[in-house]
Write a protein that binds this ligand. Structure first.
Ligand SMILES: [Zn+2]
Length: 248
């Protein structure tokens, strides 16, 4: 598994010790963190991993920070943050009228189905960071798509240019091309719905301690990512079925 081909993508800004220090400055001595920016827990309808299991797996796999980005929910991320405040970033993958966005550093839940500009404004109002997950994934109904992304691209900080669950690699490439053309920061996400997917797509970046220093660090980040097996999608379908049966 480990030998599978891995993509390495760098955000355009070269290391510049004179400016934009993350938490700490002195870039050359800083040990990069391994950061997971797209994960789910059992608070998502298509995932069975509990916050406790996710925290334990991240510790085991040497992940320094994990953003928990459940579908339209932050309760699982908040529960995980209680267990591991040093590890967890509270995020949310938010469905809007234009498809999904992904938000980081939240303290308050943002409801789904809002107009996209309003959803972004609600993230900004609490000091959060705004990204777009799998923007060009042709197989996902929730993906924003280039047509809907481009009119609002100036309102977002970063694009997910590698989603490990993307079935068609060209869709990741398209997202990356848009990010590069428009000067947007790039990040990757495992989009992990199972413990085994954690660590598939990580961002190696200097330490950060706030949304602003996160963005500064992301500008210096290196993405290490490989696609997950298409079989992982069955795990999500299975999780949905289990939950549907449990609700009866
Ligand atoms: Zn997701």
């Amino acid at each position: 598994m480990e030998k599978e081909s891995q993509s390495v993508i760098r955000n355009s800004q070269p290391p510049n010790p004179a400016k934009n220090g993350g938490a700490g400055g002195g870039d050359s001595e800083i040990q990069n963190w391994t950061v997971e920016l797209h994960t789910h827990t059992s608070y998502s309808p298509d995932c069975l991993v509990t916050p406790e299991q996710l925290v334990a797996a991240c510790r085991r796999k040497g992940i320094d920070r994990v953003a928990i980005t459940d579908h339209n929910a932050i309760a699982g991320a908040l529960a995980a943050q209680q267990i591991a405040p040093d590890l967890v970033i509270v995020g949310e993958e938010i469905k809007t009228d234009c498809g999904e966005i992904i938000a980081y550093f939240l303290s308050e839940w943002v409801p789904p189905y809002l107009p996209v500009r309003e959803a972004i404004a609600r993230v900004r109002a609490q000091g959060g960071v705004v990204g777009v997950s799998h923007p060009c994934d042709r197989y996902r109904r929730e993906a924003m798509g280039a047509d809907r992304l481009l009119p609002i691209i100036d309102l977002v900080d970063a694009l997910e240019v590698f989603n490990a669950r993307c079935v068609h690699p060209a869709d990741n490439d398209r997202a990356r091309a848009i990010a590069q053309e428009r000067g947007k920061l790039m990040f990757a996400g495992s989009d992990a719905h199972t413990v085994s997917e954690l660590g598939q797509a990580t961002v190696r970046m200097p330490p950060f301690d706030s949304p602003q220093s996160f963005l500064n660090s992301l500008a210096k980040a290196e993405i290490h990512a490989r696609l997950s097996s298409p079989l992982v999608h069955f795990a999500s379908t299975y999780a949905k079925l289990v939950k549907r049966i449990a609700c009866r």
